[in-house]
Design a protein around this ligand. Structure first.
Ligand code: BTN
Length: 289
């Protein structure tokens, strides 16, 4: 399965309302990892806005050093930016990307939410159909993983000088039980919201651009409030060191805000704690439909 460059360029041009990132597109069928190829291109002088896209990876990288299974038929892409962001705020790039892609897909009619911190999830349609208020957390209860984001950075003097935003989206590739691909979901949609792999690619690229632009032009507080509107985890119960708590938000650094149940607290002064990405797994329900 190969991407058609002309069709992709046409889809991008048709939907683009502003140009914040000068996308220069490098298309491949199979690569080791689009993040790795993009770093190699940056080291050879490629500019911010350089994009590497493939439909198969042999050594896909996931969060926390995991492997990202990348069989043929998926969408795997990486975008380079030069953010000049304090390294302590690096997670903001991932939050902005997640929000931007989720919003862009929702605008096309795909019911996507965000699972903290970096998962794009497809929310099951029966839930949405039977609820009237789309803003409440229980609407988001039934979801499967559609994609993920891995941001890698180069830091100099405490500032991020280069960042590679890597995104994997399940298009037509096989997925585990907790995942879903768009082709399967779209089999019951008439008309199909995303008509081709080129349209999906263009939607994802424009989503990344709008997320990054929102972060750098409107600021992290506005970005965060929009991210939280699409977060599926708000109100969920979690256990931290055997103490029950409720997820109440995310900090500007990307930490999960958990309000511990005060009745169970003996020594903690403030009942709200912040959890770093990677220190707690929120998991997926099995066989959710
Ligand atoms: C996650 O673990 O949820 C994030 C996975 C991110 C995978 C993408 S696929 C394109 C890019 N290239 C990689 O090697 N990884 C990212």
């Amino acid at each position: 399965m190969a991407l058609n460059r002309q069709k992709l360029a046409a889809a991008l041009q048709q939907e683009r309302k502003f140009t914040y990132l000068p996308f220069s597109l490098h298309l491949f069928e199979t690569v080791s990892s689009t993040n790795q190829i993009l770093w190699e291109e940056l080291n050879s002088g490629a500019e911010p806005g350089c994009v590497v896209i493939a439909t198969q990876q042999t050594c896909g990288r996931g969060q926390w050093g995991r492997q990202w299974m990348s069989p043929e038929g998926g969408l795997y892409l990486s975008v380079a930016i030069a953010p000049k962001l304090d390294a302590t705020n690096s997670y903001q790039i991932t939050l902005a990307t997640a929000w931007g892609i989720a919003r862009q897909l929702r605008n096309c009619g795909v019911p996507v939410g965000i699972k903290w911190p970096n998962d794009l999830v497809l929310i099951s349609i029966p839930d949405i159909d039977t609820k009237t208020d789309l803003g409440t957390a229980d609407v988001f209860n039934n979801y499967k993983k559609l994609g993920g984001i891995l941001t890698e950075t180069k830091v100099y003097n405490g500032l991020i000088t280069q960042a590679v935003i890597g995104v994997g989206i399940n298009w037509a590739n096989p997925v585990p039980e907790t995942g879903i691909n768009l082709e399967t979901w779209q089999a019951n949609q008439h008309p199909k919201p995303i008509s081709s792999l080129e349209m999906l690619t263009s939607t994802v690229l424009l989503g990344i651009e709008s997320g990054i632009m929102t972060l750098f032009q409107e600021g992290v507080n506005i970005l965060l409030s929009r991210y939280l509107e699409l977060l599926t985890n708000i109100g969920d119960r979690v256990y931290v060191d055997n103490v029950a708590g409720t997820i109440v938000g995310v900090t500007p650094q990307g930490e999960l805000r958990v309000l511990l149940s005060t009745s169970e607290l003996k020594t903690v002064i403030t009942p709200e704690i912040y959890l770093q990405p990677g220190t707690i797994s929120l998991g997926y329900r099995k066989s959710s439909n």
